[in-house]
Design a binder for this molecule. Structure first.
Ligand SMILES: C[S@@+](CC[C@H](N)C(=O)[O-])C[C@H]1O[C@@H](n2cnc3c(N)ncnc32)[C@H](O)[C@@H]1O
Length: 253
């Protein structure tokens, strides 16, 4: 039996014959009614599907906190912005440690796309840090954010929908998803002008790759995180005094 998401995707593919991989990933993770991050009741931890470092141990957040403490020693840095709050573990371990070390930030902002997860994070923070709840602020995009501070992102970039490209027989191809009405299948098609933005980025990337000592194999797949670039650009524009951006996944190998 197909679930709601599968039925929705099959219907969308039937109407369009195929959809870009980025749309498939975006809808699967973030469809307002059926998406994984937007709707699944238990995602993180023993009862969920996966764990991340801050869930495993508070040491992860404590190490990042030490970085914040170092920074505020020599610069007037007052805020922390976390991209993608998950189950709130990272925020909680950081705030607890900074409180213990008398280095609380003025604001701890969490960028989170999923309303379900925002509510979950709020509940946890209220329970674990009732006296410091007012330090926290939740936002759904970076337009409203102006900070002078530290930006952190753990396992965030790989949750951003990506466009996938490869070079075959000297031609650039884009990954799509099609269906036989039962299952989903990948299909590579020659890239069209619809991807002009991504293509110009890819051309830039090809130049960079060409500078590497050994040429990449022709089967190499490039991921272009268009949404991420928009996000990072808006960070640059609105937060010119960011001290640091910390993340664990920048580009897939
Ligand atoms: C893999 S989880 C990582 C959670 C947490 N950082 C950790 O390490 O446990 C990715 C998180 O990013 C959020 N997210 C993904 N795309 C987002 C976007 N464009 N804006 C805001 N949050 C987003 C997801 O809802 C989820 O909370």
């Amino acid at each position: 039996m197909k679930n709601h998401l599968e039925k929705y995707l099959l219907n969308k593919i039937e109407l369009n014959q195929k959809i870009p991989f980025s749309d498939f990933m975006n809808l699967s993770l973030y469809h307002p009614d059926y998406g994984y991050y937007t709707n699944k009741a238990t995602i993180f931890g023993d009862q969920g599907d996966f764990i991340t470092s801050p869930i495993t141990s508070s040491i992860f957040g404590e190490c990042i906190s030490n970085e914040f403490i170092n920074i505020i020693r020599y610069q007037k840095t007052s805020s922390i912005l976390e991209l993608g709050g998950g189950d709130g573990s990272l925020a909680i371990s950081i705030l607890k440690y900074l409180k213990k070390n008398k280095s609380l930030p003025d604001k701890y902002i969490i960028l989170e796309i999923s309303e379900n997860l925002i509510n979950y994070q709020k509940e946890r923070v209220k329970k674990e840090l009732p006296d410091d709840y007012n330090i926290f602020k939740w936002v759904t995009n970076l337009e409203e954010v102006k900070i002078n501070g530290l930006v952190i992102a753990n396992e965030f970039f790989d949750a951003i929908p990506t466009e996938r490209f490869r070079v075959k027989n000297s031609k650039l191809e884009t990954l799509y998803v099609e269906s036989d009405n039962q299952s989903f299948n990948y299909i590579w098609n020659e890239s069209s002008d619809d991807f002009s933005n991504e293509l110009s980025f890819f051309k830039y990337l090809s130049i960079e790759i060409a500078k590497l000592p050994s040429p990449p194999p022709s089967s190499r797949i490039e991921d272009v995180f268009w949404d991420l670039m928009i996000l990072i650009n808006s960070l640059d524009i609105h937060s010119p005094k960011i001290d640091d951006v910390m993340g664990d996944v920048i580009k897939s190998p």
